[in-house]
Ligand binder design. Sequence first.
Ligand SMILES: Nc1ncnc2c1ncn2[C@@H]1O[C@H](COP(=O)(O)OP(=O)(O)OP(=O)(O)O)[C@@H](O)[C@H]1O
Length: 289
Amino acid sequence: MLQLEGVTKRFGRREVLQRTDLSLENGVIGLLGPNGAGKTTLLRLLATVYEPTAGSIRLNGISWSGQPEEARKRLGYLPQHVGLFPALSAHEYLDYVAILRGMASGKERGERIRQVLREVNLEEQAATKIRKFSGGMKQRLGIAQAIIHDPELLLVDEPTAGLDPEERLRFRGLVRRLAERRIVLLSTHIMEDVSMTCDSVCMMKQGRLQYFGALEEVLKLAAGKVWTARVTADVYRQLEGRPDIQIIQASDAGGLQSLRLLAEERPIPDAQPAEPSLEEGYMKWLKGH
Ligand SMILES: Nc1ncnc2c1ncn2[C@@H]1O[C@H](COP(=O)(O)OP(=O)(O)OP(=O)(O)O)[C@@H](O)[C@H]1O
């Protein structure tokens, strides 16, 4: 179990992460929040890149501040921009990472690299130079370097940005498999990543972790507040101007606008209630706090 108690990060006078308490168990946990909310800061604290200004981080009895070397053995990190070496092959790069990780035996490294490449589905590209890799292949190699030492905690920062739909699906499958026996914390802006892979979510805003719960609970935040309606262009304009309404989707439907919107009360008499999506639960939370 990963436990954060009172974790705070300040840069100068600015509190970028306010007192955070959190306990996480194995599974994929989504980390959501608008730009600048503090998600990367939280991941960097967990990755021991930053030291907390106050508070403690522990994973299965290991203290991040007391035993940073032990902590690093237990965590893997795929940052937003990972520095891969284009001139190396996937195998050569992972061999280099494994040596840095302290794996002295060449035989042991070779076996582990083959295993990890199989896990991320790059077995056949072992000898291919990284410069020839697609964006999705690079991200999977990024995961391979993060799990080479079989960590208990995997931190992943916006991994699917820029991937095509097929690679995105493949990446999600990989993350789910990896979470069967470890904690995976996945920061993303892509709601579909969350709904397809996560068991629970942490939602952050302005340096505060304001929400932690199961996906179903996020949906409930918008229950009874999602509406659909078909309206004329005039009514659409009026609705757009109303502060109590948030238009989630609008599409042209035979001269009318087909709308999906968030509102506490039925916004117009013809509006029909609809089942909320995860994105709508998130939008409701974002507006309401
Ligand atoms: N080293 C630093 N020194 C000063 N301020 C920083 C530093 N790192 C981050 N910040 C500030 O902390 C806030 C949170 O940044 P952070 O990168 O953690 O947000 P984020 O939620 O990951 O955003 P995004 O979704 O855009 O990646 C931002 O306002 C940022 O400007």
